[in-house]
Ligand binder design. Structure first.
Ligand code: IVH
Length: 693
């Protein structure tokens, strides 16, 4: 798509834009942004940092804001669209989206090859072979070089118009130079995917916020296409890969010469035009034996690929022969899927166990009769949380379908309800921790039950290790291995017991000379003087990392004050949102936890706050919150400026707020502030005047 000369020139222009603040040639800005999008999303080889890209993007955005008449529909700023408030529109595909005929073994392919040969008479058939991508299928329509619409498969004849969402997928060009090849209108087919890494990250984020993870990348991709908020689609890091042109309308003169006559070269052309296509993976063969060998070879690579595939697709490469073969009402006769070995099996669910993780999350785990899936024996399958059990109506005694795909952890697809005998038992989630019997809690809006007892044996060793770790109380020589050893010998049993170690017992231990005992003693003694934020961080409250712990320590006189704060009060502290406030609040409602704090205090551990000397200045006595994009100041610059002048930063709009400084596209905070009379809403200029006037 770009030759080395182009790349050099585009790189030069990039440099120039980054250096020259007044560079405002809008066409060049767009060309440069498109070039870097292609490098990043299609080639995965970015040539600029995210920050540099953003700077150029902002420049274009500002220019277009000042000159709205200059905006074009395919400008890189125009991916972002409004949210959808109605259902997706149903639209007809130009050509029905057929499925593929499946084959499961080499014999099926040999038989297909013979059928085709007799159909084609003497013509020599070539086969192209490419992966069968396991995502959500998508059809794009371009007219006069512009992306007109994107449609899901739907029922094959008509699908959902998801144009606004797919415009957010960075590797889908908003415009492409089809006319250069005489193409006026083209419908292209492909698959939207979430690669394995993004899927893993995505699920980890879901799990950490207590939302059930998605079963597999295919579901993640399909779900993403149907989201109501296009800007959320962007965050999902989707890829789109294209493998078929289902309809081409071209100008008569160009038709014979410029449009390739084989499938593999059409994919090359699409790739040239900026689309991601399987050009690296596709291979063309003249015998079915070679095809089979390539399919089998690819199957062995399956787990090493960055994305999921569920087989290979073999296509007659010559378009003329494809047309000659035609299609049935279900599938083309010129293409065949070669499906890889199944990654599903059925088994019987015999029992449910509840595991308590180190942060107290209670996870139901299904015990199943061992089955082999994809080369691994599976006997335990996580059910993640109570909701999943209810949604799928899983019962003990059920025969269940279990799937295990590549790196994806095994999961239960569904129970086979038709095989039920009536003896299956409904699963009743425990209300108490299976390890320590403390009542379990489930924060509102979350799906996971938790044991909040800091001394629960399932969590305690990990919790003690965290408490003594470098960024918390920093008790050197009491690393995880020693914590485990001491715990198993009963030398320590919980966090406070660290300050009550019977050192005489240590002298009998191998590897513990007098010197190491002395070191440990003084490390423990020194830790009593640690500043409060280290203690708060060390307690391991969910969502409370070092930064939050520092903010909390600065806001209170002692840890006892922190214990008393309501969620409302907590959420007025800088950078502390509602989820964190609730977690802190819940933590201190557990008597084991407050007792831990009291015991630590009694052992002489510092529990006093770190009240900073307040900066006095023009803004003293006033509180501030910044929202939206300010014309010149970055959010953190504005906050620092306010603090330097004695102002206090709040994290949420409340009656305690004096000024809301609102910039461009301020959202819900502005709306909320408008409803509270005492809050003054000002802009950046007015804010600067408060300091300078
Ligand atoms: S060609 C007219 N090629 O698999 C033929 N399909 O199970 C159009 N798929 O509906 C399809 N990878 O969504 C083709 N390399 C590939 C594919 C592929 C995945 C999907 C496609 C199709 C489904 C059939």
């Amino acid at each position: 798509m770009y030759n080395s000369k182009d790349i050099k020139a585009l790189q030069e222009a990039t440099k120039e834009i980054l250096q020259n603040k007044d560079f405002n040639d809008v066409n060049t800005l767009r060309e440069i942004l498109r070039f870097h999008e292609h490098r990043y999303y299609v080639l995965n080889e970015p040539l600029v940092s995210d920050g540099e890209y953003d700077r150029i993007y902002k420049r274009l955005e500002k220019f277009e804001k000042d000159n709205p008449g200059s905006i074009t529909i395919d400008s890189p700023t125009q991916r972002v669209g409004a949210s959808l408030n109605t259902e997706f529109k149903t639209v007809n595909h130009l050509v029905p989206m057929l499925s593929l005929e499946n084959s499961y073994n080499p014999d099926d392919l040999v038989a297909w090859d013979e059928r085709l040969k007799s159909l084609f008479g003497g013509a020599k058939v070539e086969y192209s072979v490419e992966p069968k991508f396991d995502g959500a299928s998508l059809s794009l329509l371009y007219e006069n070089d512009l992306l007109e619409r994107g449609v899901t498969r739907g029922n094959g004849v008509a699908g959902d118009d998801v144009t606004l969402n797919i415009r957010q997928v960075g590797s889908i060009p908003l415009s492409a130079d089809f006319k250069k090849y005489g193409i006026e209108k083209i419908e292209i087919r492909g698959e939207v995917l979430m690669n394995k890494n993004s899927f893993k990250e995505f699920n980890e984020a879901l799990i950490s916020e207590g939302t059930p993870p998605l079963a597999n990348p295919r579901n993640a991709a399909a779900g993403s296409l149907r989201m109501k908020d296009p800007s959320a689609v962007r965050k999902r890091k989707l890829e789109a890969i294209f493998y078929h042109a289902s309809f081409i309308e071209s100008t008569a003169e160009n038709k014979p010469s410029l449009i390739p006559s084989t499938h593999s070269r059409i994919l090359e052309l699409l790739n040239q035009l900026g689309f991601k296509t399987p050009v690296k993976e596709i291979k063309v063969f003249s015998t079915i034996q070679q095809v089979i060998a390539y399919c089998l070879e690819f199957e062995t690579l399956r787990d090493k690929l960055s994305y999921e595939i569920d087989g290979m697709v073999i296509k007659v490469n010559q378009i003329e022969l494809q047309q000659q073969a035609g299609s049935t009402s279900h599938h083309p006769r010129w293409a065949m899927a070669f499906k890889f070995k199944a990654r599903q099996a059925t088994s019987k669910l015999t029992n449910i166990e509840y595991q308590v993780g180190r942060t107290g999350a209670v996870t139901p785990v299904a015990k199943i009769e061992p089955v082999h899936i994809g080369g691994v024996t599976v006997s335990s399958v996580s059910l993640f949380n109570e909701n999943i059990i209810a949604e799928k109506d899983i019962r003990v005694g059920d025969t269940v379908i279990v799937e295990r795909a590549g790196d994806v952890i095994p999961y239960i697809v569904k129970p086979l309800t038709e095989l039920r005998t009536g003896k299956e038992k409904k699963i009743v989630f425990p209300t108490q921790c299976p390890v320590c019997n403390t009542d379990l809690v489930k924060p509102e809006g979350e799906a996971v039950w938790r044991c909040e007892n800091i001394n629960c044996e399932a969590q305690v060793v990990e919790r003690i290790s965290h408490f003594v770790s470098k960024d918390a109380m920093d008790i050197k020589s009491l690393g995880e291995a020693n914590v485990r050893k001491f715990f198993s010998m009963g030398i320590i049993k919980d966090i406070p017991s660290i300050y009550n170690i019977d050192f005489a017992r240590l002298s009998n231990l191998e590897g513990f000379g007098q010197k190491s005992i002395d070191n440990l003693k003084s490390a423990i003694e020194n830790s009593k003087k640690q500043p409060l934020h280290r203690l708060i961080f060390g307690l391991g409250i969910r969502y409370v990392g070092e930064t939050t712990a520092k903010a909390l320590a600065k806001s209170v006189d002692s840890i006892y004050e922190l214990e008393q704060l309501s969620t409302e009060q907590l959420s007025t502290i800088k950078d502390i949102g509602i989820k964190v406030s609730e977690s802190i609040y819940d933590f201190f409602r557990n008597t084991e936890n407050t007792k831990t704090v009291k015991d630590l205090d009694e052992f002489g551990v510092n529990v006093s706050g770190e009240q900073k000397e307040e900066t006095k200045g023009r803004l003293t006595g006033n509180t501030f919150l910044f929202t939206g994009t300010l014309p010149t100041l970055k959010r953190n610059e504005a906050e620092q400026l306010a603090e330097k002048n004695g102002g206090k930063i709040l994290s949420a709009v409340s009656a305690n707020l004096t000024y809301l400084v609102a910039g461009e596209s301020a959202g819900s905070k502005l709306e909320k502030a408008k409803k509270i009379k005492s809050v003054q809403i000002i802009n950046e200029d007015e804010f600067l005047n408060l300091i300078n006037s």
